[in-house]
Design a protein around this ligand. Sequence first.
Ligand code: GLC
Length: 544
Amino acid sequence: MTEDATLGRLPAGELWWKAGIVYQIYPRSFQDTDGDGVGDLKGVTARLDYLAWLGVDALWLSPVCRSPMADYGYDVSDYCDIDPLFGTLADFDALVAEAHRRRLRVIMDFVPNHTSQDHPWFRESRTSRDNPKRDWYIWRDPAPDGGPPNNWISNFGGPAWTLDPATGQYYYHAFLREQPDLNWRNPAVRAAMLDVLRFWLDRGVDGFRVDVIWHLMKDEAFRDNPVNPDYVPGDPEINRLVQLHSADQPEVMEVIAAMRAVLEEYDARVLIGEIYLPLERLVAYYGVDLSGAHLPFNFQLIQTPWHAVAVADLVAEYEAALPPGGWPNWVLGNHDQPRIAARVGDAQARVAAVLLLTLRGTPTLYYGDEIGLGRVPIPPERVRDPWEHNEPGRGRDPERTPMQWTPGPRAGFSTVEPWLPLDPQAETRNVEVLRDDPASILTLHRRLIALRREHPALSIGAYRAVSVAGDVLVYERLHGDEIVRVALNFGHGSCLVDVPPEAAWEVLLSSAGGRRGEGPQDGRFALAGDEALVLIRRPPGAAG
Ligand code: GLC
């Protein structure tokens, strides 16, 4: 491995995307520099020193390409340009250069399943049934009753087909009607989209997070999806049907392998796939002989109940399901999911941070989670997410609010009212206030990240389950002579944690702060409620 491939800060010989930590930025909400209340690329560049200080290795930018923003950038109208709201291609190049100067990798969001309805390809496609671009999208005749061609439902609720009166056919959209699905069975579409990857790889990006990658191929016959017998009224409408024919088709593996092959034309790039599927299907996305995604995003911690036993079972199942050589990864939140602090509360959010940053596998940290952002209330008149309009209560605005940098007006995010409201606690919950507080959740994240870098056992070491009893989960990470033991208390009561008596153990980190260097008493460590401890076994012969 060359120095460049690891950018010099990670264990020698390891690929950056295995040993490192990814930080997700929702660009609209990171830093506004041009005073329009929306974050931009110059803002991200201005905050790179913060990311370097925090210690992460890569940043993933949610979409910044040209877009009418019906789904806030997940509706692309030009894959090879930056939306003016975010800046210019020159700003993007500057961001990549400045990131690389700080040894930070840049991962782009690639949205290949659908374009915007304003993409020139779709504009052409809809002009006539025999337009050369017609087959770039999915057009079907109406059903005999004039209704949609099949029963598929949009992920945002409502039918997944929209009738285009000009040509009398329906087009398919797995999401908004403003987001028509591309036809990935068409070789010309494939070629054009693979060229988009090359466009950005040539500009120096280090990889892609591929949006809804498991959606790319649909059943060739467009059969109806079966009714979901387990549907619970009140769940999102999409769950009324089992997505048997509309996603996760075997042919998608070939498409992903083609994307992967493009990345292999370059050095040390990463392919991350967004996949919401049960574990046994998720791991299929590593591909035959690992020809698929390097990291099929593992969202299981978002979906698993927050209990020691459930998490222990999940880790065991995931570790067991990984294909040989498949590298794991973990995620606590993203721009589509309620934030971790909102789901488990402030106290357990600290335990969650220890879990995320000590499990085996690449962690992705969602911006703002490191300062403990929770569910920010959004008054009805400020709702922005179209999903909230379609299905009230499902909206994702509460986890997309601006990053909070400083006390004072607009939390240092902008000079004007931001596009989404700030957390009412912004005055105290911000980087400037928390970075100097040894007990803050920000300090906890920074220490955990530093520990992961200092101890290869934590970044690249093996995983060994130790015990799960009541609310307490214990596991170890091992590398060479190094053994790091992690004890997580998912409950509020205190307890004692045993360590093997034949070696000397000491505390590397407590999620509550302090305790570093503390040894066991009578072979045990006290664990307070909502506390997580990271312990290290001193090598035999080393002083206590
Ligand atoms: C992915 C994105 C989400 C978007 C959807 C449609 O799930 O993460 O934000 O709305 O795809 O592109």
